[in-house]
Structures are given as C-alpha cells and as structure tokens.
Write a protein that binds this ligand. Structure first.
Ligand code: PEP
Ligand code: MG
Length: 593
C-alpha cells in the first residue's frame, strides 16, 4: 500500500486537507518521523520498585491502546482498500497490546530480570521479531515488523518524548508524524524545522499553541498523511488554509513563493508598530502582553513591543527530562526572563500539568487518571504534592527581586484553593525571611485563571480572594461545551463564540470590575484580531497572546472605536446563536480599516 501511494505521490502533486492551526507557509523536504527515533534507557531496578515499574508499563500500554484506537477511528473515515488494509493492521496492533506473548514476556522481564520497562520491551520485541523473521512463511515474516512497531509505540509512551530533538535535519525540514506532543514541539528549533503536519491533534491543543508561539506553520488532523509522504519529498505546509501539498507542481511552487514574499512584506510592515502605543481611535489604551512557554521565546516577546508577559506557562520547564527542575534552576530561568523584560511585569503561572501536557520529569508523582482533563492536574496536583508548589513558589519569590512578578494559579475552581496557596506562601515567606533570603518586596500579587465554568460562575467570591483574574478561554470553552480542545474529530465544534462561553466571560469581567481587580484574557482568542472588538466591547482592557499575534492585534486596536465596540458587544450578548454572533462580529470587523 505504502509503495503504491508513494509512486503516485512521486509522479503527481497530492493535496491533503486538515486543520490549519498555525498560519504561514513552509516549503521544504519532508522528514517523516518514524516510531523508532528514540533513545532507550537501560537500567536495573531494585526488587522493591518492581510493582511501580509494572504499573508504569501498564499505564504505557493503556496509552498505546488509546492511541491505536484513535487511529482506527480515523481510518474508518477513509474509503476503499486503504481503509480496509489499515483497519486490519491496526486491529493486529490492538490485539498485540492485549494479553499476548509480547506483553506477558515484557512483564516477566520486569519482574524476574528486574529490567526497566523500556529495556524489557526492547529485549522482548527483538526476540519475538527475530523468531518471526526465521519462519518460512512469507506472511508470518511480515509480522516481525508489526511486533517492532507495537514495541516502539509502547517505548514512546513510556518515555513520553522523542528525545531526539529534531536536530539532525536539513534546515527548513517539514516534520510529518502521526502525532506531535506539546513536549515534542518544545524541542523544535525554528532555525531547523520549517513547519509540521500530523494525523492527530486539535486546533486549541498545546501542540497547536506551541506551533503558533514558535511561528511554525502547522496543519493537524490529516487523515491520509502517513503513507502519502516519504522523507525527502518536497512538501508545502499551508498553515493558513490547512493544506499540505506533496510534490507540488512548478506552478504551485511559484504561487507559494509569491505568498512567502507577500508574508515577509506584511511582517516587515507590522514590525513598524513595535513602538506604537495600543490605543483605540477614541483614546482608550489597551495593554497587550505575550504568552510564553520557553525562555528562548523572550527575545521575540521584547521585539514585538509587549507590555509584559501575561502568561508564562512554566510546565514546559518540566518537560523532556527525567528529573524535576531544582529551585535554583527555576530561579535562574525565571530571573533571565524577568531581567529580560526590563521592568515590565511577568505573570508566572504555577505548574499546569495534566491532560495533554504531560511531563516526564514528574515521574512517580503523576500519572494520568481515567479522565485526564478532569483529574489530578494543575493546582490540584500542586496542592497534593506541596514540595512541587513550595519549590516553585520559592523560586518565583526569589526571582521577584529582579523585577515585577505576579503569581497565577491554573484550574482554580474553589476559593479554598486560593486560601491554601496563600497559607503555603505565607509560611514560605516567613521561612525565607528568617533565613535572610532576598525575596520580592512587595510580595507578588496572587491571581487565578478563570478557565473552569464553575470559577466563572463563582467569580464574585473568587474576586474577593484573588488579586487578579486571567481568563483562559481555551479551557473555559472546552469545559463549558464539553469539547476536547486537542481532538481533531470534534475540532469543528470548539467555539469560543458560543453564547454560554461569552456569558461566562462577561460574568467574570463584571465580577473583576466590581471587586476592582485587574483582569486579562490570555486564551487563544486574545491573539485573534477577529475577537478583539468583542473582547474590548465586553470590558476587557488587557490581552495576552503569542508574540507572533501581537502586531496584528495591535493594528486592530488602532482601527477600533471603543464606544462602537461596546455597542456591538451589547447587541451580541442579546443573541442566542453562535452563527448569528459570528455574523455580527464579521460585519463589525468589515467596517474597520
Ligand atoms: C487557557 O486555558 O485558555 C489557557 C490560557 O491556558 P492553557 O492554554 O495553558 O491551558
Ligand atoms: Mg488552561
């Protein structure tokens, strides 16, 4: 199947459609990420740790089953022989992940030989694959490859990262993969990687957010991607229109080269706005800040003229590693960012691990529950594992000596959670002062994310306990509408313009206003100019977004009349239908220039 498709692709241009999640165009050689690109750690485990290791292995198998199940659901949407063949193959993988010789053998190696799970998988996989390769029957010989694919999938689930860092690629390479995790994306260097495309993933997941942050054009959720592209094929990723073009024709290439030149011209024009203040036509100032994940995004944050960092997603410091970042390491990373912002405020969010954002380094302290989006994640994990929270808060308090910081708590759903954090912080402050450690003075404000519907509905009481609000529209939309933000099959239903989401935003804005505490919006809608008028019209005056989006949002603020935006927002809040709301927004935006 693969060879036939490959021949077709070689001779003919192939256009694949998916979700355009990060705008722009990348043209380059494809690098198809094989499951085998991983380093396998090998070590002996003490007898007492065997049960924990078996549990780790069993969690990885569950995760692998989940992945193959998702791929199978995707395959069902294809047509013809390819769908049938892929279906059989994935069924075989599902079967192998059940109670088979492979799984039993791995468990034995962990229990009896006391090998770490990755090494046990590697050894058992090699043994079984070898015995298939020795067979006379040609069909049975092909099963060796299947055993390897399943084994490598389990290893990837155990390691949770590629660990290769996409570093040995030709510059401008386009990564093609079944799935790319947020941790994978954090390893991509835009100097080397041009863009990427995957089979799985939704538009508001953290992989998509990271792609936008790094300015990498990306298209996710493309059904027939694997098998249609081979490493070395020329590929265009059109992240704006959601297209991947394999072996483009000469005319298509010329058309896209022209688009690239136009995009470069536009970004030069937008760069001129760096020093221009964000003020509406009727004189209302708006604060535009940036969201960052990695210290290396700092330069970009400064260059785009941000008034501060409205959201620092610290969880990325915990990814792609086997140990936890120490207090000193966190202090240094934060200090670099705070110093780099030269007096502009930095809002540091405490660890928001969970759901799709997994961190290998949390090891024993964290494993996904049955329903990761609703489980022990974010602030709940920090409060359950006080050492995580204390280390992080201490690093923030100390780094706060170098410039203004604010502390932001993710996934808050109850006032008691804020009180508990304050208690931990007060005790830490006392301890640090007693020891003569220099910390931020005055102490950083303590704010909360409004990203759980219950928090928005209880915004009045939260506003009395918190120093500021940051509305996370990504999770707020996901939890309000029960739509997984990282799932491509329901991506079309993810809609922050749903009247229920808008009411929760309005509720929170009004509560913050009554309590006279600052409020910002830091979900992805803040970086999309089509939403700017609506958010300002609802009373928001502080938006935090990826640095790449800031110039376009600023240009929109400059075109706007605040009074007109408020009037339009009032009309919008009377609507019951998301389609009508979108039409009212589009109609308003069309009048701006
Ligand atoms: C959000 O949920 O809107 C948000 C800003 O946080 P994150 O995207 O990191 O979950
Ligand atoms: Mg969130």
């Amino acid at each position: 199947m693969k060879t036939d498709q490959k021949q077709t692709a070689k001779t003919k241009e192939l256009i694949l459609k998916g979700l355009g999640v990060s705008p722009g165009v990348a043209i380059g050689p494809a690098h198809v990420r094989e499951l085998g690109e991983i380093n396998v750690p090998e070590y002996q485990i003490p007898a007492a740790k065997v049960p924990k290791e078996r549990e780790r292995f069993s969690n990885a198998v569950t995760k692998a089953l989940n992945q193959v199940g998702k791929l199978k659901a995707k395959a069902l949407t294809f047509h013809g022989a390819a769908a049938e063949e892929l279906g059989y193959l994935l069924d075989a993988h599902l079967q192998m992940l059940g109670s088979t010789r492979l799984i039993g053998g791995i468990e034995r190696r962990i229990a009896e030989d006391r090998r770490n799970a990755e090494a046990a998988v590697m050894a058992e996989m090699a043994d079984i694959a070898h015995s298939f390769e020795e067979m006379d029957d040609a069909y049975l010989r092909t099963r060796a490859q299947e055993v390897r694919e399943v084994g490598l999938r389990i290893i990837r689930c155990l390691t949770d990262a590629t660990l290769t860092g996409f570093s040995n690629l030709d510059p401008g390479s386009v990564i093609i993969a079944e799935d790319i995790t947020p941790a994978d994306t954090a390893l991509m260097d835009p100097e080397v990687v041009g863009g990427f495309a995957t089979v799985l993933g939704g538009a508001e997941g953290h992989t998509a957010i990271m792609a936008r942050s790094l300015g990498l054009p990306a298209v996710l959720g493309i059904g027939g991607l694997i098998g249609a592209v081979e490493s070395g094929d020329k590929v265009i990723v059109d992240g704006t229109r959601g297209l991947v073009i394999v072996n483009p024709s000469a005319a298509r290439l010329a058309e896209y080269q022209k688009t690239l030149r136009a995009l470069a011209r536009e970004s030069r024009a937008l760069a001129r706005l760096q020093k221009v203040r964000a003020v509406t036509r009727d004189g209302e100032p708006v604060s535009l800040q940036v969201n960052i994940e990695l210290p290396r995004e700092l330069d970009h944050a400064v260059e785009c003229g941000a008034q501060g960092i409205g959201l620092l997603r610290t969880e990325f410091l915990y990814m792609n590693r086997r140990d936890l970042p120490s207090e000193e390491e966190q202090y240094e990373a934060l200090t670099e960012i705070i110093r780099g912002m030269k007096g502009r405020p930095v809002t540091v969010r405490t660890l928001d691990i969970g759901g799709e954002k997994l961190a290998t380094s949390l090891g024993d302290q964290f494993h996904e529950g049955l329903n990761p989006a609703l489980g022990l994640r974010a602030i709940r994990l920090s409060l359950k594992e006080p050492s995580l929270l204390e280390t992080q808060l201490t690093a923030i308090l100390r780094a706060g000596c170098h410039g203004p910081v604010r502390i932001l708590l993710p996934m808050i759903s109850a006032v008691s959670e804020i009180r508990e954090v304050r208690k931990v912080m007060d005790a830490l402050v006392k301890r640090l002062k007693r020891r003569g450690v220099q910390i931020a003075d005055p102490l950083p404000p303590l704010g909360v994310m409004i990203e759980v519907p219950g928090a928005a509905l209880a915004a009045d009481s939260l506003a009395r306990a918190a120093d500021f609000f940051a509305i996370g529209t990504n999770d707020l939309t996901m939890y309000t509408l029960a739509i997984d933000r990282g799932e491509e099959r329901v991506a079309h239903l993810f809609n922050p313009l749903h009247p229920a989401v808008l009411r929760l935003i309005q509720f929170s804005v009004e509560a913050a206003f009554r309590a006279r505490i600052p409020l910002s919006v830091c979900g992805e809608v803040a970086g999309d100019p089509q939403f700017t008028a609506l958010l300002l019209g609802l009373g928001v005056r502080d938006l935090s977004m990826t640095a790449n989006a800031l110039p376009r949002v600023k240009s929109r603020v400059l075109q706007l009349d605040m009074q007109a935006a408020m009037q339009r927002a009032r009309a919008i809040m009377d609507q019951a239908d998301a389609g009508r709301i979108k039409a009212l927004i589009d109609d308003f935006n069309e009048t701006l220039h």
